[in-house]
Design a protein. Structure first.
Length: 639
C-alpha cells in the first residue's frame, strides 16, 4: 500500500531543521569548547559548509528516486542489496541513536523539574520510555499530524533562537575570544582545566578545528531524515531541493551566530561547567526569564528531533522490507492511517534499548555512521551517473560533478578517522550485523538489480542484465511527477516492440508484422495483408516523413485491440513522398473499441509533436528503452 503524499515545503524544511537543532546546539557546545575553545564556532560553520556540499548528491538522488528509506534506497539500487542492507541498517541505527539522544534530553529536563537534585538514572529511563511511546503513537496516527506538530515546534524554536541572538549580541565581550584556539583537560577532580593556547595559523591549530568539526558533525545529520520521508512529499522535484538547501543554510547561520553570542557572553570556561550552557547564557542576558525560555527552547528542540527522528528512522525498515531484505510484514501500512505501523513500533523498541548507551557513545557513533552514509551516497551518484541509465532523470543535478562527490568522499573519510577508535569499532559492529542479516535472510529473497551492473556492462560488455531497474526508475518518475497513466500508456506497456533492420519497403514491413500477428490474433496472414493494403490504398497512414500509423478495424463483435511499435533506423520506404519512415505505430481494433481507437490516434499525434521525439526515438538503446521513451513522454494524457 502506498504512503500518502502530505508533506509540503514547510513540512520538509521543519523535519530537516528540527532534526538538526537539538543536542548539537544545546549540549555539544560544552564538549566542543573543551576541544577547541572559541574556534569551535569555525568548526560549526565549517561543518555546515561541508554538509552543504555533501547534501548536493543526496538532493540529486532524492529528486530522481523520492522513495521511503532515502539514502538506503539510492545505495541499494546503485551498489546492490548487500551494500544496501549495510547502508539501510546503519542509517536506521544512526538516526535512531540520534533520536535516543534527543529523548534522553527531554527526559533529563523533565526529571530535573519533577525530582530536582534527587533524580536518579532510573527516573530518566522510565520517562524516556513514555516519551518514546508518545512519539510512536503520534507517528502511527499520521505523518500529516506529526509533520504539522513539527512545523509548529520549529517555528517557535527558531523564533526563540533569533531573540536570543539579538538580545545577546549587545553583551558580548570581545576578550572572550582570546586566545581563539584553546585546549582543556580533565584533572583528578573531574574538572576542566586550561591546558594550552594554539595559534590558528599553526598545523596543530588547523588539525584542532578540523577534528572538532568531525565531532560536531552529528549536528547536521538531520538532512538524512528529510530524504528518508521523500516518498510522502508533494511535488518532490521542487520541494526537496528547496527545503534541504534552505534548511542547511538557515541552521548553519543560526548555529554560527548563536555560538558567537554564547562564547562572547559566557566568557568561555563557564560553557564546560554546565549541562545547559545556552540556558545559562540566557540567564546572563535576561535573568531567570531568559534561563527558563532557553530551557523551554531546548525542550522543544529535543522534541522536534525525537518526533522527526522516529518518523525518518522508521522508513528504513519499511524500505528494507519492501525489497525483501527484511521480513515482509514490516512493510505493512495501516489501512486507516496510511503509516508503516510495524516499522514504527520496531524503531521505537530499538530506541528504547539504545537509551542504555552513554551520551558520548551516542554522539560519536551517530556521527560516524552518518558520515559513512554520506560517503556511500556520493559514491552512488558517481556510479549511477557513469552507468548512463536512460531513466535516471533527477530534477536537480549536482553542479560541477564529480568534484563535490570526490570532495565529500575524501573529507568525510578523514572525519571518520578523527572520531576515534571506539566510534569506528561500534560502526564496524553494525556493519558485521548487517552482513550477517543479509546472508541469513536478504540474500534468499532479494532480486533487485542495481546500477553498478550497468556500469560493468558499459566497461566490459560481457554481462547480461535485464531492464528491471530501468523499469523501476520509470515507474518512480510517474509516481514522482504525479503522472496518471491513460489507456494509451497501458497499451504501450503491453505492446510488442520491434526494432527492425532496414531499409525496408512497405510490403516487407507488412510481411514481418502479419507473420507475428497471425499467431497473436488467430487470423490468417493473407487476410491481414489484404486489410492493411486496402487501408493504405484509401489514404496513406504515413503522417510525416518520420512516422506512420497503419491501422485497421476488424468486422467482429469481439473486443480486440493490439498495438505494435516498430523502429527502423535505416528507414521504411512507405511511398514516393514518404520514403524514410523510422517510427511506426501499427494497431488493430474491433468496432467495439472505437473509443480506444480514436484515443490511440490522438495520443500518437500528441506524442510525435514533441520537439525531441525524433532524437529520443533514434537514440533509444533497444526495444525496452523505446517503450520507456513513450511512457515517459510529456504528451497530453486522456484521463
Amino acid at each position: 500500500m502506498a504512503l500518502k503524499k502530505e508533506l509540503g515545503f514547510l513540512d520538509l524544511f521543519s523535519i530537516a531543521s528540527g532534526a538538526m537543532i537539538s543536542s548539537g546546539i544545546f549540549i555539544l557546545p560544552a564538549l566542543a569548547f573543551s576541544k577547541a575553545g572559541p574556534s569551535m564556532i569555525i568548526s560549526y560553520l565549517l561543518g555546515g559548509l561541508i554538509a552543504f556540499v555533501g547534501i548536493l548528491g543526496i538532493i540529486e538522488l532524492t529528486t530522481a528516486m523520492p522513495k521511503a528509506g532515502g539514502d538506503y534506497f539510492f545505495i541499494n539500487r546503485t551498489l546492490g542489496p548487500l551494500i544496501g542492507t549495510i547502508s539501510g541498517v546503519l542509517s536506521w541505527f544512526a538516526i535512531s541513536l540520534k533520536t535516543a539522544f534527543a529523548i534522553f534530553g527531554i527526559s533529563g529536563i523533565t526529571a530535573r523539574f519533577l525530582y530536582g537534585e534527587e533524580m536518579i538514572s532510573s527516573d530518566i529511563l522510565i520517562i524516556s520510555i513514555f516519551v518514546t511511546i508518545f512519539f510512536v503513537v503520534l507517528n502511527i496516527v499520521g505523518v500529516d499530524l506529526a509533520s504539522k506538530f513539527e512545523v509548529l515546534l520549529v517555528v517557535v524554536l527558531i523564533s526563540i533562537i533569533v531573540i536570543y541572538i539579538i538580545m545577546g549580541i549587545f553583551k558580548i565581550d570581545i576578550q572572550a575570544f582570546t586566545p581563539f584556539i584553546q585546549k582543556y583537560k580533565i584533572n583528578m577532580e573531574n574538572e576542566f582545566v586550561f591546558e594550552k593556547a594554539i595559534s590558528i595559523f599553526s598545523k596543530e591549530g588547523m588539525i584542532t578545528i578540523f577534528s572538532t568539526t568531525a565531532f560536531v558533525f552529528v549536528s547536521f545529520g538531520g538532512l538524512l531524515k528529510a530524504a528518508s520521508v521523500s516518498e510522502e512529499v508533494k511535488n518532490p522535484t521542487k520541494n526537496v531541493p528547496l527545503a534541504l538547501v534552505a534548511s542547511i543554510i538557515t541552521i548553519t547561520i543560526l548555529y554560527t551566530l548563536l555560538l558567537f553570542v554564547t562564547v562572547g557572553v559566557s566568557k568561555g570556561r563557564n560553557l564546560m561547567m554546565s549541562i545547559t550552557p545556552i540556558a545559562d547564557v540566557g540567564r546572563t542576558i535576561a535573568g531567570d526569564f531568559g534561563f527558563y525560555i532557553i530551557i523551554i527552547a531546548s525542550m522543544l528542540a529535543f522534541i522536534t528531533t525525537g518526533n522527526a527522528g522516529i518518523m525518518a528512522a522508521s522508513r528504513y525498515p519499511l524500505a528494507l522490507s519492501r525489497d525483501r531484505l527484511f521480513p515482509k510484514f514490516i512493510s505493512k501500512v495501516h489501512k486507516k492511517f496510511k503509516t508503516p505501523i510495524y516499522s514504527i513500533v520496531i524503531t521505537g523498541m530499538f530506541i528504547m534499548g539504545s537509551l542504555l548507551l552513554s551520551l558520548e557513545s551516542l554522539a560519536k557513533t551517530a556521527s560516524a555512521v552518518i558520515l559513512l552514509t554520506y560517503i556511500l551516497t556520493n559514491v552512488a551518484v558517481i556510479i549511477i551517473r557513469e552507468s548512463d541509465m536512460a531513466n535516471y532523470q533527477p530534477s536537480f543535478r549536482t553542479p560541477f560533478y564529480p568534484i563535490p562527490q570526490i570532495f565529500t568522499i575524501i573529507i568525510y573519510s578523514l572525519f571518520i578517522g578523527e572520531l576515534g577508535y571506539k566510534a569506528v569499532e561500534t560502526s564496524f559492529a553494525f556493519v558485521i550485523f548487517s552482513i550477517i542479516l543479509y546472508f541469513l535472510y536478504g540474500k534468499k529473497h532479494a532480486k533487485k538489480q542495481y546500477a553498478f551492473l550497468h556500469l560493468l556492462i558499459k566497461m566490459t560488455e560481457n554481462l547480461n542484465v535485464t531492464h528491471d531497474l530501468e523499469s523501476e526508475l520509470r515507474d518512480i518518475i510517474h509516481e514522482r511527477d504525479d503522472i496518471e497513466l491513460d489507456e494509451f500508456d497501458k497499451l504501450v506497456k503491453q505492446a510488442v516492440i520491434m526494432d527492425l533492420k532496414g531499409p525496408l519497403t512497405l510490403d516487407e514491413l507488412f510481411e514481418v508484422e502479419t507473420e507475428s500477428l497471425k499467431n497473436i490474433l488467430g487470423i490468417p496472414k493473407n487476410i491481414l495483408l489484404k486489410l492493411f493494403h486496402e487501408r493504405e490504398k484509401e489514404s496513406s497512414t504515413a503522417i510525416t516523413n518520420f512516422t506512420a500509423i497503419p491501422h485497421i478495424v476488424l468486422n467482429t463483435e469481439k473486443e480486440i485491440f493490439h498495438l505494435t511499435i516498430i523502429r527502423c533506423k535505416e528507414g521504411i520506404i512507405y511511398n514516393k513522398e514518404k520514403n524514410n519512415i523510422k517510427s511506426v505505430f501499427l494497431f488493430i481494433s474491433s468496432k467495439k473499441m472505437k473509443k480506444t481507437h480514436l484515443q490511440t490516434l490522438a495520443s500518437i499525434a500528441s506524442l510525435v509533436r514533441d520537439k525531441d521525439f525524433k532524437e529520443k526515438w533514434i537514440n533509444a538503446k533497444n526495444a525496452d528503452y523505446i517503450r520507456d521513451m513513450v511512457l515517459l513522454s510529456k504528451r497530453k494524457r486522456n484521463n
